[in-house]
Design a protein around this ligand. Structure first.
Ligand code: AKG
Ligand code: FE2
Length: 337
């Protein structure tokens, strides 16, 4: 009984911090926001493994050599890992374009489905030759693979589409690097944020497998990401997430409360900085991608600034987050009713 009363009166520290960072007037101070680019040695630890292991698939999926990756853990939050942008500029362009041009196509599900039935949202946005900004701004999420059911929070076989091969491959490279080689990408939410968008406090607990990590890839404008604990009485840490950064929620942090109270203009635009790309000589064997030849041309297509322009215009004032999960247990192959 006593315990219950205590719980009732626990302060919602998460909400307090959320409101602080969400505020426009006054603007929040960023002094306590953890930034990977700056020296926050009391709050983060460099846990980059000392290994020379390469993955020949990395380059074709838009990733830098694994030897160049930098990975950090948060001292207050065991299980939370931050990988500082491991993507090449061309890689950033590839994933941004995928999230706009391809992933919102049917049979994938979109938040706007309840309002209108669009086969191809991106194409529809440019149907009259010019950009339909209102329609463009309406897209807030797309779901892939096992579709997240926002009402029941239950995944079912009936509510499932093929998971994109390229995103499964990307997540497989990451999982292998982190030593969780049994990881399978089976569901994803792609979130689209505009400069005034927020995502409120929640935990992701609908997956049957809660031991598998969750991979969160961000592109475009920056965000303040809040990470708390098992309940909202834990004061969250605030982390600045920049384009290309990957957040891994594993172990204790897998079920922690988190939120995005603020989108901030990016101070750097790594998708712009194309160097002179040399033709890749690698011909890796893929685990999920069936048409490996197409992968090369899809990646290089975005070197053409004219091809890239529409996507560039979108990402200049938006943030995209691909939130990838494993749904099933390691030896499970479907959800039985
Ligand atoms: O946008 C983000 O960084 C987080 C998204 C998220 O938490 C989710 O999709 O569950
Ligand atoms: Fe989440």
């Amino acid at each position: 009984m006593e315990e219950n009363t205590n719980v009732l009166f626990l302060e919602d520290k998460f909400m307090k911090t959320f409101k602080y960072y969400k505020s426009n007037k006054p603007k929040p101070s960023l002094d306590n926001v953890i930034q990977l680019e700056k020296c926050f040695t009391d709050k983060i630890t460099d846990v980059t493994p000392e290994s020379d292991i390469e993955d020949t698939r990395a380059e074709l999926l838009g990733l830098k050599s694994l030897k160049e990756w930098k990975i950090f853990s948060l001292n207050r939050h065991p299980g939370l890992l931050l990988i500082r942008n491991p993507f090449t500029a061309l890689g950033q362009r590839y994933w941004i374009r995928k999230c706009l041009e391809e992933y919102p196509r049917k049979p994938n599900k979109l938040n706007i489905d309840i309002e209108m039935n669009l086969q191809d949202w991106w194409e529809e946005c440019f149907r009259n030759g010019q950009c339909e900004r209102l329609l463009q701004k309406k897209l807030r999420w797309t779901t892939l693979g096992y579709h997240h059911n926002w009402d029941t929070k239950v995944y079912t076989e009936q509510n499932r589409s093929p998971f994109p091969e390229d995103l499964a491959e990307l997540s497989d490279i990451l999982a292998k690097y982190l030593g969780c080689s049994s990881f399978r990408a089976e569901a994803a939410i792609v979130n689209y944020y505009h400069m005034n968008s927020t995502l409120s406090a929640h935990t992701d607990h609908s997956e049957i497998n809660l031991e598998a990590p969750l991979f969160s890839y961000s592109f475009g404008q920056s965000a303040i990401f809040l990470l708390g604990g098992k309940d909202k009485s834990v004061e969250p840490s605030a982390i600045l997430i920049n384009s290309g950064d990957i957040v891994v929620m594993s172990k204790e942090a897998r079920l922690s409360y988190h939120a995005v109270p603020k989108i901030l203009p990016a101070t750097e635009t790594p998708w712009d900085d194309l160097g002179i790309a040399k033709e890749s000589s690698k011909n890796p064997s893929f685990k999920y991608i069936s048409k490996s030849g197409e992968m090369k041309s899809m990646m290089r297509k975005n070197e053409d600034n004219k091809e890239w322009e529409r996507f560039k215009n979108y990402i200049q004032e938006s943030r995209i987050n691909m939130n990838v999960r494993q749904v099933l247990k390691e030896k499970q192959d479907c959800i039985s009713m």
